[in-house]
Design a protein around this ligand. Structure first.
Ligand SMILES: Nc1nc2c(ncn2[C@@H]2O[C@H](COP(=O)(O)OP(=O)(O)OP(=O)(O)O)[C@@H](O)[C@H]2O)c(=O)[nH]1
Length: 488
């Protein structure tokens, strides 16, 4: 009898111990699960997604739209990163010599070897660090078994000590956010920067208003008006059109005061700037991948600066941006672009100095598609429009990218201070790549704001953006009415 009682007690003790151990393990696991679930990382296609916008979500005075093939709602900031079919080593278009090289790039890509370009992407690093967290899940708690007698019981306490360690990976990458720049509001920039147009204001606005406000105009006055417009770089066609419209306005007898004259001049100039043209920047993603914007122009006009400024505006609009440094002539240009990217949290793909710019552009787009970004902005090297080889190379950059995805926007950057020569450049660039828009930089440093009229007149391509200073946020959307307001 005694033996049976003892056996019964032993079994009871063992069962009690098993219960205690089991409860300990369950409690500890539950605690661990709650910790690993905490990071607010969202997954896109199995990859943790990191908000690179620095939290900026502003309404934008800039107008962004999708390219021709677009079907997504502009508000949908995160398209799934679909993988377009790998490009076949298709027979190259019947292009001259560049076609062979383009094929080579595509073959390399199809082999899955993006070769030299380095991808500097904070998102990727962050993703790696964050995915590491869940792995901390399995500590050595499994050991205690039900059979183990009383002596083993204290072992249950041990795993508790490990708990604080689990919290460490919880510190998210958001630590990088405070280093990001604060971006000036994008709304109403042209009006806010109107002072920057002071020089053109004096040359066109004040002198024209002075002449028109003087009352009845004789032929000498009209000639003076004509000279003023020509001096401001409007060009003959635009000047003639403006004078004709002004004469008609004045003859209509509705202009009786200086205010009337001002209103008439405002109407005529705005009309001449063709407010009907589509000036939206096609920088929103397609159903199949990111928008691609190519930035081109001669040396020193402000391409890299404009690319950086545009990235800021897009980030401020909540977009994920990848920069492609296809300016492989100057390592400093890629460094400069990288700095712009780091300041707002945009990644960059860059090649070695002297690398094939088409290859870097292509790799940027591939990386952009893989990473599911909204837009890839490709900065190209400055090239003299008079050098045929360089211009051919630019054509190749565009063609090679187009083997992967459409190029939505080709922005020609022109320096407003060079006047006449800018037009020559624009014409040659337009022959090599279909321009979709012009960015007129350095308008703050010239009295020749009239170049805007001329470019649109002669190229038929809308001025979409204007650069009004060297500051990071001195880029504004071009709006005819606001521009004329700023001039008068
Ligand atoms: N005042 C003024 N300066 C500008 C503007 N845009 C660019 N710049 C300046 O123009 C200079 C050249 O700018 P970059 O962006 O390096 O020109 P780039 O076309 O990329 O030059 P390359 O790579 O050599 O072809 C820099 O000093 C810029 O700060 C602008 O709108 N106004």
């Amino acid at each position: 009898m005694n033996t049976q009682v003892i056996i019964g007690i032993v079994i009871g003790v063992v069962l009690l111990l098993a219960l205690v151990v089991g409860t300990g393990i369950a409690l500890q696991r539950r605690r661990r699960i709650s910790l690993t679930q905490a990071p607010p990382t969202r997954a896109v296609d199995g990859r943790p997604e990191v908000d690179k916008s620095g939290g900026y979500q502003t309404g934008s005075g800039f107008s962004f739209t999708q390219g021709g093939t677009a079907t997504l709602e502009p508000e949908t900031p995160k398209p799934a990163a679909p993988k377009p079919p790998a490009p076949k080593a298709a027979p190259a278009a019947p292009e001259p010599s560049v076609a062979d090289e383009a094929e080579k790039i595509l073959e390399t890509e199809a082999d899955g070897a993006p070769s030299e370009p380095l991808v500097v992407e904070e998102a990727v690093e962050a993703a790696e660090t964050q995915t590491a967290a869940p792995e901390v899940e399995t500590p050595a708690v499994e050991t205690p078994a039900a059979e183990t007698p009383a002596a083993e019981a204290p072992a249950v306490e041990a795993p508790e000590v490990q708990t604080p360690a689990v919290e460490v990976p919880e510190t998210p990458e958001v630590a990088a956010a405070p280093q990001l720049d604060e971006i000036a509001p994008t709304e109403g920039r042209l009006s806010r920067l109107r002072g920057r147009l002071a020089r053109s204001q004096g040359a066109i606005g004040s002198s024209m208003l002075g002449l028109l406000g003087a009352g009845d105009l004789d032929e000498d006055s009209w000639e003076e008006i004509e000279d003023t417009l020509v001096m401001a770089d409007l060009g003959t066609a635009a000047t003639t059109a403006v004078i004709e419209s002004l004469r008609a306005e004045l003859a209509s007898d509705k202009v009786r005061s200086a205010d009337d004259a001002r209103a008439a001049l405002h109407r005529v100039l705005v009309e001449q700037l063709r407010p009907d043209l589509d000036r939206s920047v096609k920088a929103l993603p397609h159903a199949g991948g990111p928008a691609v914007v190519l930035v081109v122009g001669v040396n020193g006009v402000g391409k890299t600066t404009t690319t950086g400024k545009l990235a800021r505006v897009l980030v401020a609009d909540g977009r994920r941006v990848l920069l492609g440094a296809a300016d492989t002539f100057r390592a400093a240009a890629a460094d400069q672009l990288q700095t712009w990217g780091e300041r707002v949290g945009a990644g960059i793909v860059r090649g070695k100095e002297g690398a094939d710019p088409a290859s870097v552009a292509f790799d940027s787009v591939v990386a952009g598609i893989d990473d599911g970004v909204d837009v890839v902005l490709i900065d190209t090297a400055g090239r003299l429009h008079t050098k045929t080889g360089l211009m051919d190379e630019l054509g190749k950059v565009k063609r090679v990218v187009e083997k992967k995805t459409p190029v939505d926007e080709v922005l020609l950057v022109l320096d407003a201070t060079v006047g006449q020569n800018g037009l020559m450049q624009a014409k040659v660039f337009a022959e090599v790549v279909d321009l979709t828009g012009v960015v007129l930089t350095k308008l703050d440093g010239t009295a020749k704001g009239g170049i805007v009229f001329r470019i649109q007149d002669e190229l038929g391509v809308p001025v979409k953006l204007v650069g009004l200073g060297e500051g990071a946020d001195d880029l504004a959307p071009f709006d005819p009415a606001a521009f004329v307001d700023a001039l008068l």
